[in-house]
Design a protein around this ligand. Structure first.
Ligand SMILES: Nc1ncnc2c1ncn2[C@@H]1O[C@H](COP(=O)(O)OP(=O)(O)OP(=O)(O)O)[C@@H](O)[C@H]1O
Ligand SMILES: O=C(O)[C@H](O)[C@@H](O)[C@H](O)[C@H](O)CO
Length: 182
């Protein structure tokens, strides 16, 4: 066992997949810090999405660098940090892993109908019309290291249940035991 405490978790998925809800819960359970990646977007990215225009690689690049830097800082300081960030493509996640090569990922992957229902019933800058472009852009992280996927295709599963399943996975995989890196 290492004597340094520290863990970085990426909670990823398309819009409405539950990143903020579950990321916040997870950070609380881990007694760590939560950052919503949406708060790190430059204003022009928010404006673009608000207008119903999907972001492109160039728009996301400075934003991903910021998120990677947040992971790198936590790593240096031995902190526990959970960041909600869509991280839709493999190349985006590679940028994030440049901040911490041992980054753990929770991939939230609900059924598109459920996503649509959730997005229609909330107040948010992201229009529901952008959901399809999010789904089209998504490259599954399955098979990438230190990744746990939660697919709730058969219906809504509580955020608490998903959070607990991820915490159990961290323990089973001997990644983190609630006190320190294993
Ligand atoms: N497991 C869940 N069960 C039921 N409702 C959920 C669950 N997770 C999230 N929600 C609800 O779905 C909506 C979207 O969740 P949330 O904002 O956490 O998603 P998000 O991935 O952060 O979205 P975005 O990236 O668009 O900000 C919210 O209204 C939230 O309360
Ligand atoms: O990469 C992207 O296209 C963005 O990060 C979006 O995913 C939104 O920020 C988020 O979902 C807010 O609804």
């Amino acid at each position: 066992m290492k004597d340094t405490q520290g863990l970085n978790v990426l909670v990823m998925g398309v819009s409405g997949s539950g990143k903020t809800t579950i990321g916040r819960m997870l950070a609380q359970e881990l007694a760590g810090e939560f950052i919503d990646g949406d708060d790190l977007h430059p204003q022009n990215n928010i404006d673009k999405m608000r207008q119903g225009i999907p972001l492109n690689d160039g728009d996301r690049q400075p934003w991903l660098s910021k998120v990677a830097e947040c992971f790198a800082t936590a790593k240096r300081q031995g902190k526990i940090r959970v960041i909600a960030c869509s991280a839709l493509k493999r190349q985006y996640r590679d940028v994030l892993r440049s901040g911490d090569s041992k980054l753990c990922t929770l991939f939230l992957n609900p059924d598109p109908q459920l996503l649509k229902k959730r997005m229609l019933s909330r107040e948010h800058f992201m229009p529901t019309a952008l959901l399809q472009s999010q789904l089209d852009t998504l490259e599954s992280p399955t098979g990438e290291g230190l990744t746990f996927e939660y697919q709730s295709a058969s219906g809504d599963i509580s955020a608490q249940h998903i959070t607990s399943a991820f915490l159990s996975w961290l323990l089973e995989e001997r990644i983190y035991n609630g006190k320190q890196e294993i």
